[in-house]
Design a protein around this ligand. Structure first.
Ligand SMILES: *Cc1c(COP(=O)(O)O)cnc(C)c1O
Length: 362
């Protein structure tokens, strides 16, 4: 069967070149006679892979010297607890500010509440999260230990156009679904975290980028594995790291660098998203669900006028090799996730298919 265009929200497509390299190195990684999966994480070959992964990520995101990069496990969901465990105790009162822009924000809020006092400074729940609330500096508590946002909302398809000004309060961002898809100034953040399975690589590795001065303040109850400092001191090898996902992530970083890096990828992503949104805006039957200003470059939810049509569309698209377009139940309809690895041709094929569907059904 030929490869299909996979619009899954995650785990999602990987670049074909990366899969081919991984396949060619599967049985014998660079004359070691072993697969990366079988190697000791203390071996020179694997340590080189891990070092390269960090160096490449630092280069791609222009991560400043005073930030540490960690490759952990447990997904972004574990970070929902790790962030408060490590940061909540920074200040008297254990307070943190959150912006609620959807289900992932809510889950982060739920975990943080277990370790301190959470204030939701703004929410877009009134319109089923189809926009990003306007944020002004006075909304944030200068005494808070940190402020948390979700830069791209995977389920609802919204994205921050600009970052909030939180003053001296460290900004913590869940960047799971748009890391490496557009340029960010890392120095604007205290912590950035992301699960890999959307824009980086296979599920199983989680990236944490943390400013050095935020290390070492974990609450006394913090389990060893959930403290950032221990992972920094052990270069992400306090315990066995997710070796194979980290290796594939490294291959993805190589691929991204060869493509011209994040700025070049952002241009392609803007082009892909524009193609889809322009069609949606001109369509008589398809409709985007997000306010224009806040539309995501990565996740594009859209609906047809009835559930029958939604169902028919998803079914026929699947048969045409455009898979995983069914939307999340909280929005309904469809969602096309068009991460870095989705080629322009994939989005073009989707738009062509939508045009055809429209002409048959209106
Ligand atoms: C997918 C996703 C998560 C959850 O990631 P896991 O790795 O499954 O824990 C959290 N936040 C955002 C924004 C996501 O897209």
């Amino acid at each position: 069967m030929p490869r299909v265009y996979n619009f899954s929200a995650g785990p999602s497509m990987l670049p074909e070149e990366v899969l081919k390299t991984a396949a060619s190195e599967m049985l014998d990684y660079q004359n070691t006679g072993t697969s990366v999966m079988e190697m000791s994480h203390r071996s020179n070959a694997f340590i080189a892979i891990a070092k390269d992964a960090e160096t490449l990520l630092r280069e791609l995101m222009e991560i400043p010297e005073n930030y540490k990069v960690l490759f952990l496990q447990g997904g972004a969901s574990t970070q929902f607890a790790m962030v408060p465990l490590n940061l909540m105790g920074r200040k008297e009162g254990k307070k943190a500010d959150f912006v609620n822009t959807g289900m992932w924000s809510k889950k982060a809020i739920g975990e943080a509440k277990k370790f301190g006092t959470v204030k939701v400074v703004a929410t877009s729940e009134d319109k089923n999260f189809n926009y990003i609330p306007t944020l002004t500096k006075d909304m944030f508590d200068p005494q808070a230990s940190y402020a948390h946002i979700t830069t791209n909302n995977t389920i609802f398809g919204t994205r921050y156009r600009e970052l909030p000004d939180t003053g001296d309060v460290p900004l913590v961002a869940d960047m799971s679904s748009n890391i490496l898809s557009e340029r960010y100034d890392v120095s604007k953040f205290g912590v950035i975290y992301a699960g890999a399975q959307k824009n980086i690589g296979p599920a199983g590795v989680t990236i944490v980028i943390i400013r050095e001065d935020l290390l070492g303040g974990e609450l006394d109850i913090t389990p060893t594995m959930l403290g950032y400092k221990v992972h920094v001191e052990n270069e992400s090898m306090y315990n066995t790291p997710p070796c194979y996902p980290l290796y594939v992530a490294k291959l993805v970083f190589d691929w991204l660098k060869a493509k011209g890096g994040v700025a070049a990828m952002q241009k392609v992503n803007e082009e892909k998203a524009a193609m889809l949104y322009e069609f949606l805006d001109g369509s008589k039957i398809f409709k985007g669900t997000v306010e224009k200003e806040y539309r995501s470059l990565m996740n594009v939810p859209f609906v047809l006028p009835s559930d029958d049509l939604n169902g028919a569309f998803v079914k026929q698209a699947t048969a045409a090799g455009l898979i995983n377009l069914k939307g999340h139940r909280s929005v309904g309809g469809m969602r096309a996730s068009i991460y870095n690895a989705m080629p322009v041709e994939g989005v073009r094929a989707l738009v062509e298919f939508m045009k055809e569907f429209e002409s048959k059904n209106s």
